[in-house]
Design a protein around this ligand. Structure first.
Ligand SMILES: Cc1ncc(COP(=O)(O)O)c(C=O)c1O
Length: 396
């Protein structure tokens, strides 16, 4: 067996299941889950229709590079959304959801023959960054996302030897679980650092379309490159997904875009890995990337949920409107594990303890005393959950 498998941590939901199994939930209340980041709004009709219309394409092998029409649709979407100088089809590649892509990308770019290959990641973080680093033979290096820095790592305090050994820097903007968005200035400083120390910046932007109605859309890494006139996106890649943008977590469709040389290596890796996107999925994805109406509709629903839930919770707990994403990253009046366990037992609401999404570094777990709430259920259910949380807090 690959010895690095032993380095993998139990997934946060395994820990959560154990935590919940130790108690019995209130039988008088229906369960409401705010724990899983799976969108619950309906999948767009036009995508379902495209999938059904093209189901016969299961008779054909797809290519790893994807159909030219899909590559064009993804390039057009990114170009328009991030105000780029038209992306070429060499600067974009389809992936079967960003989870596999983030994992496989790390395997492609890490040079394990170096003395201390580092993958630098925010903390708390999307768990794949860590597992991908270990299985690529690298060491994850975590940067805490603390409230005093707007839940963005304090990049200026990172030691120079860390940057020197860094091969890959993960950004997550809007962040899971914090919802924090990196600014143009922060992104451009990181691009400068990447040039100075020769590492790759991979920006996970799968929540980029979930932001408050009427507010400015979150900026992306490629946009930051474009504003510097860096149209080759050297050392930079971004990950985008239809899972959250279009309520299609089961379609498994997204893309990576950026530096064509890096993508060429990634395409080679993927060809051997064997992860071409099925043709009917590609055709359904073209329909999804080409439509913004359902995305706007989605945003309106999340905006409504944020407003309603915050109105109920803010008088009783420290919880702020996130910059973007569908998460609230709320401070708990008692430790996060006990809070989540008792809330489940007494009010049959599941939230995710923040410490399960973070690692303790130098004695500090930046997720401690926080819980992640995903506002994915219907407005009514989210409101009901918020009222139960408020009721629970009043008993503490
Ligand atoms: C930060 C982040 N990145 C990537 C993903 C993976 O999404 P998908 O594989 O559905 O594109 C998720 C899913 O929850 C996520 O929260």
């Amino acid at each position: 067996m690959n010895p690095d498998l032993k380095l993998l941590q139990p997934y946060p939901f395994e820990k959560l299941n154990q935590l919940k199994a130790a108690v019995t939930p209130n039988p008088e209340l229906e369960h409401i889950a705010l724990s899983i980041g799976e969108p619950k709004h309906p999948a767009p009709d036009l995508v379902q229709q495209a999938l059904v219309n093209n189901i016969g394409r299961i008779e054909n092998y797809p290519t790893t590079k994807g159909m030219p029409e899909l590559n064009q649709a993804m390039a057009d979407w990114a170009t328009q959304r991030f105000d780029l100088n038209a992306l070429t089809t060499e600067q974009v590649l389809p992936v079967n959801g960003t989870r596999e892509a983030i994992f496989a990308f790390t395997q492609t770019v890490v040079d394990r023959s170096q003395a201390r290959p580092l993958v630098v990641s925010p903390n708390p973080f999307y768990q794949i960054y860590e597992g991908a680093a270990y299985l690529a033979g690298a060491q994850p290096h975590f940067l805490p996302c603390l409230e005093e820095h707007g839940f963005i790592p304090d990049f200026s305090s990172v030691a120079e030897d860390v940057w020197r050994d860094c091969q890959l820097l993960f950004l997550c903007s809007p962040g899971n679980p914090t919802g924090a968005v990196l600014s143009l200035q922060q992104l451009q400083q990181l691009i400068e650092l990447a040039d100075k120390f020769d590492f790759i910046v991979a920006s996970d932007e799968c929540y980029s379309e979930i932001y408050i109605d009427g507010q400015a859309a979150p900026i992306g890494l490629l946009e930051a490159c474009a504003r510097l006139g860096r149209d080759d996106y050297r050392r930079c890649v971004v990950f985008h997904s239809l899972s959250k943008r279009s309520n299609l977590p089961g379609l498994r469709s997204g893309f990576i875009a950026g530096d064509a040389d890096i993508l060429k290596a990634f395409l080679l890796y993927r060809t051997y890995h064997g992860c071409a996107m099925p043709l009917q999925t590609q055709l359904a994805s073209i329909a999804a990337w080409g439509d913004e109406h359902h995305v706007q509709e989605n945003r309106s629903q999340y905006t409504q949920k944020f407003r309603a839930v915050l109105e109920i919770l803010q008088p009783v707990m420290d919880v702020k409107q996130s910059d973007a994403s569908f998460y609230l990253w709320a401070k708990t009046p008692i430790d996060d594990e006990t809070f989540a366990q008792r809330l489940f037992a007494e009010q049959h609401v599941t939230v995710l303890p923040g410490s399960y999404l973070s690692r303790t570094i130098d004695g500090v777990n930046p997720g401690a005393n926080r819980v992640r709430m995903a506002l994915v259920a219907s407005v009514d259910e989210c409101v009901e959950a918020a009222q139960r949380i408020r009721q629970f807090i009043s008993t503490l």
